[in-house]
Design a protein around this ligand. Structure first.
Ligand code: S3P
Length: 185
């Protein structure tokens, strides 16, 4: 059993962090928080607009600040954006303040799920497959670094995923208060 005050989902775009996170929150009777939606609410602008007008570095700074605030709370299920783990401060906070689930999905499945998506600025490229492969290469080790549990979402629908993952979490995650700033085990 790993004690942690929050349940956090990390993983690449299209892995189902928001939809699975919302359902897991219902199952455990916890509040659901979506970091991307919080960033948009605070900025009063969509992620696409933030990227376009202020650039990716500005978005990453907002992402780090929002996650620091969300992770300071407890008893929440938090869906992060696919690039959240790139910031070392966020990785440290994730380990300290979350039981972290890495939702894994392979690139062909990602391409299928995101085929009609026009909202994600990093996918505004001619060769989406190359973009996703390059991101996976750099980020997969970072997801592994922070994760308490890796879960493959590719072959299941959302209901089956939540049932299976919920059962694993019953066995592995103990929701417990950990003072902010204490060192992760
Ligand atoms: C990003 C993933 C997106 C969003 C932004 C950047 C990334 O979130 O934060 O478009 O760097 O992979 P999702 O993983 O929820 O799509």
């Amino acid at each position: 059993m790993n004690p942690a005050p929050n349940l956090v989902l990390v993983g690449p775009m299209g892995s189902g962090k928001s939809s699975i996170g919302r359902r897991l929150a219902e199952r455990f009777g916890l509040a659901f928080l979506d970091a991307d939606r919080e960033i948009e609410a605070q900025a009063g602008a969509s992620i696409a607009t933030i990227f376009e007008c202020a650039g990716e570095a500005d978005f990453r700074a907002r992402e780090q600040a929002v996650l620091a605030t969300l992770l300071a709370g407890e008893g929440t299920v938090i869906a992060t954006g696919g690039g959240a783990v790139v910031d070392p401060r966020t990785r440290r906070l994730l380990r300290e303040r979350g039981f972290v689930v890495h939702l894994h999905i392979d690139v062909p499945r990602q391409l299928q799920r995101l085929a009609r998506d026009r909202t994600r600025p990093l996918l505004a490229a001619d060769d989406r497959e190359q973009v996703l492969r390059r991101l996976a290469e750099t980020r997969d080790p970072l997801y592994a670094e922070v994760a308490d549990l890796r879960f493959d979402t590719a072959s299941m629908n959302a209901n089956d995923t939540v049932a299976r993952l919920g059962h694993l979490l019953d066995l592995r995650w103990q929701m417990a208060a950990v003072p902010a700033g204490s060192t992760a085990p």
